[in-house]
Design a protein around this ligand. Structure first.
Ligand code: PMP
Length: 350
């Protein structure tokens, strides 16, 4: 027997969204990727970094990703000392748990939201407590003072779609004895974000990613914004070369092309709102979404049946076995054409 830590042996591990081998022939709406390519500036920057013969890759990347921190800081209105770059926001979520929650200590999050927080906590041997949602989209039974080391709030919520109101998040920051991590993976699609709360509360951290709105899921670039003391702690923990050279070049170019980002998000929001209205006209219950996905429940509340019907037609969406979610589907927003084909498939399935 190999001498595994018992908590690792007991873990099931996180199962990410399914990726069919012949993905190019599918309409892929299961992991909230962006249907549009990244900014042409990103492609140019990657080519320049690579060089004709790839010689650019011989040299280690910047360990601190300093240029990225400066670019992101200027964009969000923070000194670079308030920014850390990560190999996907998943990396920084992991390092937040490693920094704040020791073995046996508690972290909390909303159920349903991103269950990967729980997986990361299990690796650390931290305990996990989840809180449900009320019908008016507040946390159910959240104590006046939450003593867990970290509370993760996904806003906009995934997979459901709504954002939490800023004044409510502000109140929660005061109720958390530990850190309040605002996972703003989908913030660029939403009407508002909570960045200002990082300046107001010393326990608030915001995480962002370039995977969704910037169309760079394949490059793995995320970041966190927090007080310099928090950033300094995270810097001690991360892999020292956590972002490769191509990712660093791509990131700076992507963050600088805000016009491209805005247009891309505008198109996705427009498609989302049109698709939601069309789904409702088919009798689906659709939760108003602030992200690049919708959570939709068919009239017979049989999410699995619709998933199977779509799958047979090579449309891949997300169905969760979780009893809280099994009645519906999370459908990422693709191009207008992809969503029109999805609607045609749904009409056929009936
Ligand atoms: N948080 C949430 C809520 C997500 O949906 C995702 C992506 N599935 C992540 C974090 C991780 O994103 P990244 O690609 O930046 O690691």
């Amino acid at each position: 027997m190999i001498p595994l830590r018992p908590n690792i042996a007991a873990m099931k591990g996180y199962v990410p969204g399914y990726q069919p081998p012949d993905i190019a022939s599918w309409i892929k709406l299961n992991t909230n990727e962006n249907p549009y390519p990244p900014s042409p500036e990103v492609v140019r920057a990657i080519r320049a970094e690579l060089g004709e013969d790839g010689a650019g890759l011989r040299i280690y990347p910047s360990a601190s990703s300093q240029q990225l921190r400066e670019t992101a800081g200027a964009l969000y209105g923070f000194d670079p000392s308030w920014i850390i770059m990560a190999n996907g926001s998943d990396e920084v979520l992991n390092n937040l748990i490693r920094a704040f929650a020791a073995e046996g200590e508690e972290i909390g999050y909303v159920h349903p939201s991103y269950s990967y927080y729980g997986t990361l906590a299990e690796v650390q041997g931290a305990r996990v407590r989840t809180f449900g949602l009320t019908t008016d989209f507040r946390l159910a039974d959240f104590p006046a003072r939450y003593e867990g080391k970290i509370f993760f709030l996904t806003t906009p919520n995934a997979p459901l779609g709504p954002s939490f109101p800023l004044d409510y998040i502000d109140e929660l920051a005061g109720r958390c004895a530990g850190m309040l991590v605002l996972d703003e993976t989908y913030a660029e699609f939403a009407a508002s974000n909570a960045l200002e709360l990082v300046k107001k509360h010393e326990n608030v951290v915001v995480t962002r990613t370039l995977s969704k709105s910037y169309s760079l899921a394949g490059m793995r670039i995320g970041l966190a914004i927090a007080r310099p003391e928090v950033i300094a702690a995270l810097d001690k923990i991360r892999d020292h070369y956590n972002l490769d050279r191509l990712a660093q070049a791509a990131c700076v170019a992507a963050l600088r092309d805000q016009a491209y980002l805005a247009e891309c998000c505008r198109r996705i929001r427009e498609t989302r709102d049109w698709f939601s209205a069309e789904l409702r006209s088919l009798g689906y219950d659709v939760i108003p979404s602030q992200g690049n996905y919708v959570f939709a429940t068919p009239p017979d509340r049989n999410g699995q049946r619709i998933y199977d019907g779509l799958y047979a037609r090579k449309v891949l969406v997300r169905h969760f076995a979780d009893p809280l979610l099994a009645h519906g589907l999370r459908i990422s927003i693709g191009t207008r054409e992809e969503m029109a084909q999805t609607l045609a498939a749904l009409r056929e399935i009936g």
